[in-house]
Design a protein around this ligand. Structure first.
Ligand SMILES: [Zn+2]
Length: 380
């Protein structure tokens, strides 16, 4: 700083001296002219200096100068295709209709009207239908973000409930519901549009919003049914199941031998040993059967459910003279939201967000599905 000041002084003096020399060539230096001129120049330079400095400071105050965020170059995968180029701009998704065997591109919310119509009776309470709409939207968005339907690579999602999620087209609504189709469509549209764009998020990630028809009174931890323990898919009580679904299945001994051997010949079950062939070994706290002994094998309870086509893994077994009698409660895998439980909660005054937060532990409802992300990690 001192050096700069000294330099400025020298420059001013030099300039003033020079001007004076030009004005009075061949005349001796007139110090009375040089000094005031040097002073004026000095003042001007100081002013310029401060002006420049204050401009620099102003610029510094606006810092950091916004650095343009590098736009990630999307890899040529289906995930990026849907997320960045197609869905994000149009909110339209390619849906494979397995009944019509064709690909239909449709607005996401429009598609969801058909999903809620296929997944839940329109007679259910409005708040339950809204909860279903949010769960279905979350399920669809997660599918889109994770690369689409597994069996139809050209589609974001398909209408086969055993692959993606069920869907009913307007044409089929008219066929099935006749004169009530318009009224029912409006109920579904209200549930979807009043929750437009809302999705369920846990720890910043779109959740796997599993749902089932009826829990039988308690939902199940995800790892007891599927491979992964997900923090938001915990077993919770479901006290208002309406209707509570129960089933009694009687399987004659001969029939049982046939059914078991079709799937588990290694169990070595025969007409002679069938009466002692099935034993329930362990039950989860929810009431679902954890393990069973089937002849020489030990199996998960859900495997036996499949052998006898029981509506859920929450069953008890009686051995009678007629054969095996299974008393079954609930319908479906039991993970995530119970649809009948949601209906019961809604009838007891719970709102759709309370219902969702009850069945999906620790989630938040995000109002805008755009900008949502999902982990590719199977454990999220
Ligand atoms: Zn599918």
């Amino acid at each position: 700083m001192q050096k700069i000041s000294a330099s400025v002084l020298v420059i001013c003096f030099g300039m003033a001296y020079n001007v004076n020399m030009k004005r009075s060539r061949h005349i001796r230096t007139n110090w009375t002219t040089v000094l005031p001129l040097a002073a004026v120049l000095l003042v001007l330079l100081v002013l310029l200096f401060w002006l420049g400095r204050s401009l620099l400071i102003q610029k510094a105050d606006n810092s950091p100068t916004p650095v343009p965020t590098p736009v990630p170059t999307p890899a040529p995968t289906r995930v990026d295709l849907f997320a960045y180029y197609h869905f994000a701009e149009t909110q339209e998704i390619p849906v494979y209709d397995h009944r019509e065997d064709k690909l239909i591109v449709m607005d996401l919310e429009q598609y969801l009207i058909g999903v809620v119509g296929a997944e839940m009776p329109t007679a259910y309470a409005p708040e339950a239908l809204k909860a279903q709409a949010v769960a279905a939207r979350t399920y669809a968005l997660r599918k889109i973000l994770r690369g689409g339907c597994a069996t139809h690579p050209e589609a974001a999602i398909c209408t086969n409930s055993s692959c993606c999620q069920a869907y009913i087209s307007e044409t089929r609504m008219n066929e099935r519901w006749g004169d009530e189709a318009g009224m029912r469509y409006n109920i579904l549209a209200e549930a979807v549009m009043s929750t437009r764009g809302e999705v369920l998020v846990y720890d910043g990630q779109v959740i796997d919003a599993m749902f089932h028809a009826c829990s039988g009174g308690m939902t199940e931890n995800s790892e007891n049914v599927y491979a992964n323990a997900l923090p938001y898919l915990r077993g919770v009580e479901s006290p208002y199941e309406n209707p509570m679904r129960t089933q009694t299945v009687t399987v004659g001994f001969a029939d049982a031998v046939e059914k078991i051997n079709a799937v588990y010949p290694d169990a070595h079950v025969t007409a002679e040993n069938i009466r002692d062939a099935i034993e329930l070994k362990a039950v989860y706290p929810s009431g679902r059967v954890k393990t069973v002994r089937l002849g020489d094998l030990e199996l998960q309870g859900k495997k036996l459910r499949n052998v006898f086509d029981l509506e859920s893994a929450m069953y008890r077994l009686e051995i009678t003279d007629e054969g095996f009698v299974f008393q079954v409660k609930g319908y479906g895998h039991g993970v995530g939201m119970s649809q009948n439980g949601a209906n019961g909660m809604a009838q007891h005054g719970y709102t759709y967000d309370q219902i969702l937060k009850h069945y999906y532990t620790g989630v938040t409802i995000e109002p805008d599905l755009n900008h949502m992300t999902v982990s590719k990690d199977a454990n999220q």
